[in-house]
Ligand binder design. Structure first.
Ligand code: NAD
Length: 460
């Protein structure tokens, strides 16, 4: 595999074919059906996750460097954001493990009705490369604490960090078969997992098109349940009465250029009121220079390369197409730093984007901001909802009634008011429409990995 940093080979990784996937699923099946894991007291399962969290922290430098090398995230983010989030996720769910209870329902005096949460079985967790270990941890931690066993399939662009995590899980003492990592191309390895009759649950994060594939795999095999966290085209709506337009401009720039825009929640559509549009857009453009890309291993770099040469070409082509269609390029739009051999793109802002243009409707997954304008709240809401996605949105205003009206009206899994990308493990994360269904994080993630069982005890 090649590093996006300089296009050089950094490793070669074995690909798991259908037979390897079958072995991994059989091991997970055996560990679930006959092994100790689902039968352990929840507190004991938790102790493994606490150990894993400690080991992740102890290996933070190596994990962060590996992530930065394999997918290009700046070290300041892999070390400062991603790896701490992974340790925190394992610890948070370990703390939750023995606080999940069932129900005793009101039934007749001669019966006792219990509703218990049963672990769902063998889970296939299929994840993307943009937050390779955070996405994995969001799936693994709630699945493991409920007693499920997991086969993790990382993206082919980020296989190495997942292998390190598997090594740490083994050092934490997870019993054999409880967590297995299979690397390989999606249409081979991912497909084999999706179709495998031994898998009970697929939890997937990735593109909408591959999400559809997983629904087909399920229909064509054992009707395994499929949870989907998919793409987005999130609107960031700025009203003239925002508390602080400079803070809003800082956040608008960060919301699209953080992680090179390779974010499902990227603030890729700036919807700004016409009264302030010229001034506000100028403020955002002035911030773009701070994100000019650099070596991801340099601790000062705020934006790294894109994940692959093909992805870079696609992002640049999307910008050219928008400009040909009438959008105005305010900054960026080109591939850059050719001497590095890596896959860098300038931070890009496009003005005068028409809502019907492809750039306004479908995901770019790169550092490309599209600016659209509105005059009324109704127009803002209409523009905001005018994409097939419903993952996230933000609104900037000091008017509580506007904030409330807009946030309640938007079809989105998360709405931020006067902020962007805020949240923690206590709140659920997921989408609506073509952004998928089901929720990662929070206590609600347990719903994905448990079945409710009714036990009716009669006392004649
Ligand atoms: P992708 O859909 O191409 O790949 C995701 C995973 O699916 C990878 O492991 C890949 O190997 C596998 N895969 C690919 N083709 C497959 C197939 N035919 N059968 C089975 N498995 C297959 O997505 P990506 O390029 O890795 O990630 C980017 C996408 O992920 C974007 O659309 C982004 O919005 C989305 N994403 C969503 C969230 C969220 O929580 N909603 C978070 C991060 C990324």
């Amino acid at each position: 595999m090649l590093s996006p940093r300089d296009g050089k080979v950094i490793a070669s990784v074995d690909e798991a074919g259908p037979e390897d996937v079958d072995r991994a699923v059989r091991a997970a099946r055996l560990a679930f059906d006959e092994g100790p894991w689902p039968r352990l007291p929840a507190r004991e399962r938790a102790s493994f996750l606490f150990r894993l969290a400690d080991l992740v922290e102890a290996s933070a430098e190596e994990l962060a460097r590996t992530i930065s090398l394999e997918m290009g995230k700046p070290l300041r983010d892999s070390l400062g954001i991603e790896v701490p989030a992974v340790a925190k996720t394992f610890r948070w769910y370990a703390e939750l493990a023995d606080k999940v209870s069932g129900e005793v329902t009101q039934s007749s005096a001669s019966a006792l009705a219990l509703v218990t949460r049963e672990p769902a079985g063998v889970v296939a967790a299929v994840v993307p490369w943009n937050f390779p270990l955070t996405m994995a941890a969001w799936k693994l931690a709630p699945a493991l604490i409920t007693g499920c066993t997991v086969v993790l399939k990382p993206a082919e662009q980020s296989p190495l960090s997942a292998l390190l995590l598997a090594d740490l899980a083994s050092k934490a003492g997870l019993p054999a078969g409880v967590l297995t990592v299979v690397n390989g191309p999606g249409p081979v390895t991912g497909r084999a997992l999706g179709l495998h009759p031994g898998v009970d649950v697929v939890t997937f994060t990735g593109s909408t098109s591959v999400g559809r594939e997983f629904l087909r795999y399920s229909a064509d095999s054992n009707l395994k349940r499929v949870w989907l966290e998919l793409g987005g085209k999130s609107p960031n709506i700025v009203f003239p009465d925002a508390y602080d337009l400079d803070a809003a401009a800082d956040t608008a720039a960060w919301g699209i250029f953080f992680n090179s825009g390779e974010m499902c929640t990227a603030a890729s559509r700036l919807l700004v009121h016409r009264d302030i549009a010229d001034d506000f857009v100028a403020r955002v453009v002035s911030r773009a220079a701070a994100y000019f890309p650099g070596d991801p291993l340099d601790p000062a770099t705020r934006m790294g390369p894109l994940v692959s040469a093909a992805h870079r070409s696609s992002v640049v082509a999307r910008v050219s197409e928008a400009v040909s269609g009438g959008a105005r390029l305010l900054t960026g739009g080109r591939a850059c730093l050719p001497d590095t051999g890596g896959w860098y793109v300038e931070p890009t802002v496009l003005d005068r984007v028409d809502p019907a243009m492809p750039i306004a409707r479908s995901e770019v997954f790169g550092p490309v901001l599209s600016v659209l304008t509105f005059s009324t709240t109704a127009e803002a809401l209409s523009l905001a909802g005018d994409t097939p996605y419903g993952l996230a949105a933000a609104v900037w205003t000091r008017d509580l009634a506007t904030a409330h009206h807009v946030s309640r009206s938007l079809k989105a899994g998360t709405v931020w008011v006067n902020c962007y990308e805020e949240g923690d493990l206590t709140v659920p994360f997921g989408g609506a429409k073509l952004s998928g269904h089901g929720r990662d994080k929070s206590v609600h993630a347990l719903d994905k990995f448990t079945d409710l069982k009714t036990t009716w005890l009669a006392f004649p």
